[in-house]
Design a protein around this ligand. Structure first.
Ligand code: KIV
Ligand code: ZN
Length: 390
């Protein structure tokens, strides 16, 4: 599970239950976490970061129980660069069929300042903590936090140390969402080319969305050789969030012609997982959110509705069923045309002649000017009114 055998395979690492839950106000209960972990496992997520076991007794218990109940997925816990964190993490994840310890430390100048460590002291600490984790678990992920603002020579040096100490996955976090697609790709490519031992490990990309580029940055990293994408459902995460799982997975599916990489995700489970994460986290999904927003498969304007009724591919690049939605929506509003109104009437089982349709259409437009959306009940009432006029 550490290293994809197939070079085209991209591992999907989900951190909804760890980085996602770090969104202020997104705390989930123990049972909710278990439920989400099961959904993620069932949808084919390769690695589930279930929590930060040292953070609280509750987080420890949740990670432990998720580990015990896990099926296919690797269960990972987060630990800072100290033995106490790493031991606590191992005590929680060791119950999984496939456990992973993920340990990290901030390597950029700003982050090195916080513990007040020199470059050499931090390098020694990385060696010791990764070795310690590897003595406990044969699946160890190491992250240089704020990698995208770390000096390249130091980044290469510490990654080499982590690999020699036994890390099997090297994750490159863009902790503050600072990078841009070309830079994200260049960084991964440079690391894979320069760091001794890089070909023995999986490189991962972990992007935040502060500039709205997390998805683009993650995909650029994959094109440069990263084979694990870290993401969350609905892009939940600190500040502007993390890379949205549904976006990278569907981008790789829909544009497989130019990004020929495979994931193991059953995309038909995306919608139900998105809805459940929104419910339990309390973070509603914005209407125009890519893939899972209420309007992602909805068309109101007449030209679009007419096109959709003739051939859905005119205005949709993926099928709603591919993400587990029953169908697209053609909500009626002031931009809608006669074709969508006729389709709605047919759908409601209401038969009207051409003259009555003309009447209904005029009244419908006038109503739509006053209302944001015209509902089925409104249409039924219009049909009854116009029938009375005849
Ligand atoms: O954004 C980040 O740097 C993180 C690390 C802990 C991997 O979430
Ligand atoms: Zn993060």
């Amino acid at each position: 599970m550490n290293i994809p055998t197939d070079q085209d395979r991209v591992l999907i690492f989900d951190t909804t239950l760890r980085d996602g839950e770090q969104s202020p106000g997104a705390t989930m209960s123990h049972d909710e976490k278990l439920e989400i972990a099961e959904m993620l496992d069932d949808m084919g997520v390769d690695i589930i970061e279930a929590g930060f076991p040292i953070a609280s007794e509750g987080d420890f218990e949740a990670v432990k129980e998720i580990a015990e109940r896990s099926k296919e997925a690797v269960i990972c816990g987060l630990a800072r660069a100290n033995y106490k964190d790493i031991d606590r993490c191992w005590d929680a994840v060791k119950h999984a069929e496939r456990p992973r310890i993920h340990t990290f430390i901030g390597t950029s100048p700003l982050h090195r300042d916080i513990p007040g460590l020199s470059k050499d002291e931090m390098a020694d600490l990385i060696h010791d903590t990764v070795s310690h984790a590897r003595n406990l678990c044969d699946n160890v992920q190491w992250s240089p936090m704020d990698a995208t603002r770390t000096e390249h020579d130091y980044l290469c040096r510490v990654i080499e140390i982590a690999i020699k100490a036994g890390a099997t996955t090297i994750n490159i976090p863009d902790t503050v969402g600072y990078t841009a697609p070309r830079e994200s790709a260049d960084l991964i490519r440079m690391l894979i080319e320069k760091v001794p031992g890089a070909d023995e490990v999986v490189f991962a990309t972990h992007c935040h969305n502060d500039l709205g580029m997390a998805t683009a940055n993650s995909l650029a990293a994959v094109e440069a050789g990263a084979r694990q994408i870290e993401s969350t459902i609905n892009g939940l995460g600190e500040r502007a969030g993390n890379t949205a799982l549904e976006e990278v997975v569907m981008a790789l599916k829909v544009r497989n012609d130019i990004m020929p990489y495979q994931t193991r995700i059953d995309t038909t489970k995306i919608m139900q997982t998105s809805r459940r994460v929104a419910q339990v986290s309390g973070f509603a999904v914005q209407y125009n959110k890519a893939i899972v927003g209420k309007n992602a498969f909805a068309h109101e304007s007449g030209i679009h509705q007419d096109g959709m009724l003739k051939n859905a591919e005119t205005f949709e690049i993926m099928r709603p069923e591919d993400i587990g939605l029953a169908s697209s929506q053609l909500p009626l509003g002031k931009h809608s045309g006669r074709a969508a109104l006729r389709d709605k009437l047919n759908g409601l089982g209401l038969e009207v002649g051409d003259n009555q349709l003309k009447d209904i259409f005029v009244r419908f437009k006038s109503l739509a000017d006053r209302k944001k959306e015209v509902y089925d009940d409104d249409i039924i009432a219009l049909v009854a009114d116009t029938a009375g006029d005849k």
